[in-house]
Design a protein around this ligand. Structure first.
Ligand code: ASP
Length: 682
């Protein structure tokens, strides 16, 4: 493994003793952790995990879509990810006639696999420490030169990412695959089993997976969709281990965690949890309630809005959980006590004091308005579409074909009344919250009236939009439409508030960097992990049952029996067709555990976050034992402070995934493409 040291990194990694537990580690520097990982049970070398010159585990783990992880499970490009990551694609491919959401989908053979327009998979070719060339992301000359060299024309896409908020800069080079096809989707009743009742909680029983295949050109390189493309042959695919997991087993998760914020102060967390998060929750709840009512009315609306609803609901419940978890864990008090010790160091005291000062009432109020503007805009599909139109039409040569396609897709999968009611509910809630400086039309016009204007204008029907687009004055008509005006006003507010907070945010960024640097100096015996930033990471821990809190359950796993018990409660989130109930009742074949039961999910003490959805959970040999998909309520605030006692990640047991593919989806021919092994890892 090629490893270039830098002053910043050597300072940060001067330590030799790593802590087990928290941390999402950069694979390029996994050498720093390897002794500790081996002591915990890992049997791989650092080079087997990450090697830029030879195939390694990192070649099997990819970015799936815009915000998830997926992993290669066969030598013919099969990529496994979560149901909640593939659901958008399944929903776009579904109609009330095919209804792959209700029935699931299984490709009979490769020719039967369904192309997913717009879906991409990114393979990390290599990482490189470029801290010597790039001192700051604002040095665009240095960044562009590093990126240009790495991209080799249009062969790769490259990015420079900062670690420790700018103490270090790492180049990421990706191959971007553009032909991705659906192979298996379980019925939604299993893929979303538990719905919002179970989201973010344990015990859990969700078959949260979908299976796709990546296709490449004849040269095995990324290519646009073509029927002539061939299944991608990855440099590495994972072996799938069906021997089962035991409490205490070493386990690790490799993937692309999106974002964490571990270098904040207690005062900052207190400001967020009291002033920002509660309103974020109430706005999202208002949108959800309106959507739920509409989705109950007919199947088409339920299909069309399923992924949109889930993403709003997921974010809302997480934030509500963070409020609750930080209260129950006394996160602010615990952090204050810990930071009081750090503050005995004069330099650290000054850094932390300055971070506290950033979170002034003005700064937090700007943050709240920014967040509400963003969430109101993103909660309305009409406003999102209108903004895309505005951006395209603003170009010198707008691409009308792109706009046509966007419009066709939108009107095929949306419903005017649902759009109107959801927006009205959001606008109503915004008025109730009364945040400062929201666009004036929101404060001056009655919510029902404004939402009607927005949804009855040119974005109210495909016919109206087509008519507007074919008008010689198309740009003027569309830009002056109420939907476009509101979308631009909300985006404008987001922008203004970002600018208003800019100098404080820049200062905060530098202070976090200083915090991390000083921490490594005053605690030279502990290794620090950088915050997550949607770059590849590896986190490790154990298969481990929750010990405290509401999930104080002495078992690390759940079984199909629990599915049937939940179903018997009558809660619609646990509804199952009779045929599925029968299948889950027995006859598990080779997918059963030694105890005869079908194990469905398990928990571990591994530090994960959003973006890790779909990440492989691996055993000590780097074999696939599960699919990471969630965290538990008791430790849900781990983005701010990972608490080894409380924080747990949840994975679907890989045997449950294979059972569903094999028995429920009649996909024996697909199971046989997995590389299955059956030897216990210890
Ligand atoms: N289920 C989570 C999400 O979708 C994954 C996590 O944050 O642990 O965001």
């Amino acid at each position: 493994m090629k490893r270039l040291s830098t002053a910043a990194m050597s300072l940060l990694s001067a330590a030799t003793t790593a802590m087990a537990g928290p941390g999402m580690w950069v694979p390029l520097f996994i050498d720093d952790n390897i002794d500790n990982m081996v002591a915990e049970g890992l049997t791989l070398t650092a080079d087997q995990i990450y090697d830029a010159n030879n195939s390694s585990l990192k070649d099997a783990v990819m970015i799936f879509g815009g915000g998830c992880t997926g992993e290669m499970v066969s030598d013919r490009g099969l990529i496994l990810t979560n149901y909640h990551c593939g659901e958008g694609a399944v929903s776009s491919l579904s109609s009330p006639q095919t209804d792959y959401m209700a029935h699931g989908f299984t490709a009979r053979d490769e020719a039967d696999e369904l192309p997913c327009a717009g879906l991409q998979v990114r393979h990390l070719v290599r990482m490189e420490d470029v801290s010597d060339q790039v001192k700051s992301l604002s040095d665009t000359v240095a960044v562009n030169s590093v990126v240009r060299n790495a991209e080799e024309g249009d062969k790769y896409e490259a990015e420079v990412e900062e670690m420790f908020h700018g103490n270090q800069h790492i180049l990421m080079v990706y191959e971007v695959f553009r032909d991705v096809r659906l192979v298996v989707a379980p019925p939604q009743a299993l893929g979303r089993f538990g719905g919002e009742t179970d989201n973010w909680v344990w015990p859990r029983h969700t078959a949260d997976f979908t299976l796709f295949r990546v296709y490449a050109g004849a040269d095995n390189k990324p290519a646009d969709y073509s029927p002539d493309n061939k299944p991608y042959r990855p440099a590495r695919h994972l072996k799938t281990n069906i021997a089962g997991v035991r409490e205490g087993d070493f386990a690790m998760v490799m993937g692309f965690p999106g974002s964490t914020d571990q270098y904040l102060t207690a005062t900052a967390i207190e400001a967020l949890r009291s002033y920002v998060w509660p309103s974020v929750v109430s706005l999202r709840q208002a949108e959800m309630t309106a959507l739920e009512k509409r989705m109950k009315r007919d199947r088409k609306t339920a299909i069309d809005y399923s992924a949109h609803y889930s993403s709003i609901a997921n974010g809302k419940k997480r934030t509500a959980g963070e409020i609750d978890c930080t209260a129950r864990a006394n996160t602010v008090g615990v952090m204050r006590a810990q930071q009081a010790r750090f503050r005995q160091d004069a330099q650290m005291d000054s850094i932390l004091g300055k971070i506290d000062d950033i979170f002034s009432p003005q700064y937090t109020s700007n943050m709240l308005t920014l967040r509400l503007a963003q969430d109101t805009w993103s909660g309305s599909r009409t406003l999102r579409l209108a903004y895309k139109f505005a951006k395209e039409l603003d170009k010198e040569k707008p691409n009308f074909e792109t706009l046509d396609n966007l419009a066709t897709d939108f009107f095929a999968h949306s419903d005017a009344k649902t759009e109107q009611r959801t927006l009205a509910a959001a606008l109503e809630e915004l008025r109730r919250i009364g945040a400062a400086d929201l666009p004036k039309e929101i404060l001056l016009t009655a919510p029902a009236k404004l939402s009607r204007q927005v949804t009855k204008g040119v974005f109210g029907s495909h016919g109206k939009l087509q008519k507007a687009m074919s008008d010689p004055d198309a740009k003027k008509i569309i830009l002056s439409d109420p939907a476009t005006r509101l979308a631009l006003a909300l985006i404008g507010t987001r922008h203004d508030k970002t600018v208003a907070n800019q100098s404080a945010s820049n200062a905060l960024h530098n202070l976090k960097a200083a915090y991390a640097k000083r921490l490594s100096q005053i605690r030279p015996d502990s290794l620090l992990a950088p915050d997550a930033n949607f770059t590849m990471r590896i986190a490790y821990g154990r298969v481990e049952a929750p010990r405290t809190g509401i999930e104080n359950i002495d078992r690390h796993f759940t079984t199909a029996r629990g599915i049937l018990a939940k179903n018997a409660t009558g809660n619609p989130d646990f509804a199952l067709p009779d045929s599925l109930k029968t299948m889950l009742g027995g006859g598990y074949g080779r997918w059963a555990d030694a105890d005869g039961q079908l194990h469905t999910c398990f928990v571990g003490s591994i530090h994960t976050t959003g973006g890790n959805s779909g990440s492989p959970t691996l055993n000590s040999r780097g074999e696939l034992i599960g699919l990471n998909f969630d965290r538990i309520w008791n430790g849900i605030a781990s983005d701010y402070r990972f608490d080894a006692e409380r924080s747990r990640n949840i994975s679907v047991d890989i045997r449950y995934v294979l059972f569903v593919i094999d028995i429920v989806c009649h996909g024996g021919h697909i199971v046989s493409q997995f590389d299955i092994v059956n030897t216990p890892s210890r």
